[in-house]
Design a protein. Structure first.
Length: 79
């Protein structure tokens, strides 16, 4: 199997599973007001967590491999 076909199959499989999970979650929320409230509050707590962690991690370092990949994409040379 060639790499592009395998990659396409992997992406389509991930998309199918993501849509199935979203559909199942929406069915649960439609059936239960309590489930909707729980998901709503968990989402709000998660957003607050992201906001607080973004302020506390001001000096977040980019790992070496990611930095190298970004430099190769942007053609940035440090001479």
């Amino acid at each position: 199997m060639s790499a592009p076909r395998a990659h396409t199959g992997s992406i389509s499989c991930s998309l199918i599973h993501t849509l199935a999970a979203a559909f199942e979650l929406s069915l649960i929320v439609l059936k239960s007001a309590l489930a909707f409230e729980i998901i709503k509050y968990l989402g709000a707590i998660y957003l607050v967590y992201l906001g607080v962690s973004s302020f506390s991690n001001k000096k977040r370092k980019v790992p070496h491999l990611i930095r190298a990949k970004l430099q190769s994409i942007l053609h940035v040379n440090k001479d």
